[in-house]
Design a protein around this ligand. Structure first.
Ligand SMILES: [Zn+2]
Length: 186
């Protein structure tokens, strides 16, 4: 077994959906996360076959969450609830209650989805033979202006005279050319 770390290549691309049920009603709670990381194992040293749009909880691998952080949005879908329940839920949320408190009111957590809504990036943590991949000499790394990944000068790709970030394919912006007020996270 090889072990992999999975991360999105873009911020705000992790969409978590929780389904809660009560008396034949289903409410879906969607949370958009700014960032998160996950782990999974593969049989050989090839990266997992996970693509943009896949549900990490149902993608053929036993994916475990390391962390998600900074919820950016929350939406409630009550279309699968009767009118009376919709009203009750609207009041419940209007009063400032969190969906986490729904269980106290008899709602039961059912399915959950974790959609990675951009290309995932895989980092080999441990190879099948149990060894760790050798860290490459990377010199001084600088965070990319667009995707915040650490990039060293020798990793930058040159295309038609323009330097490009190898992670997000955005043009490379040297630190001295970055506006002060647009630092990640924004
Ligand atoms: Zn980048």
């Amino acid at each position: 077994m090889a072990r992999w770390k999975i991360e999105p290549t873009w911020k705000k691309s992790l969409i978590e959906r929780m389904y809660l049920k009560k008396d034949g009603n289903t409410v879906m709670i969607e949370t958009g996360w700014r960032w998160g990381s996950f782990e999974c194992e593969t049989e050989d040293d090839n990266p997992p076959n996970i693509e943009a749009g896949d549900d990490l909880w149902n993608c053929g691998y036993d994916v475990e969450m390391i962390e998600t952080f900074d919820g950016c949005w929350e939406e409630h879908d009550m279309d699968d609830c009767d009118e009376e329940t919709q009203e009750w839920l609207e009041n419940f949320f209007d009063e400032g209650n969190s969906w986490l408190d729904l269980e106290e009111h008899g709602w039961i957590q059912d399915e959950a989805e974790m959609i990675i809504d951009c290309d995932p990036e895989f980092e080999l943590l441990e190879k099948t033979d149990g060894t760790k991949p050798i860290e490459e000499e990377s010199g001084d790394s600088i965070a990319c202006f667009s995707c915040d990944k650490l990039v060293s000068a020798n990793e930058l790709i040159e295309m038609s005279g323009q330097l490009i970030c190898p992670h997000c394919n955005e043009g490379w912006v040297e630190p001295e050319n970055r506006p002060e007020d647009k630092k990640w996270p924004f």
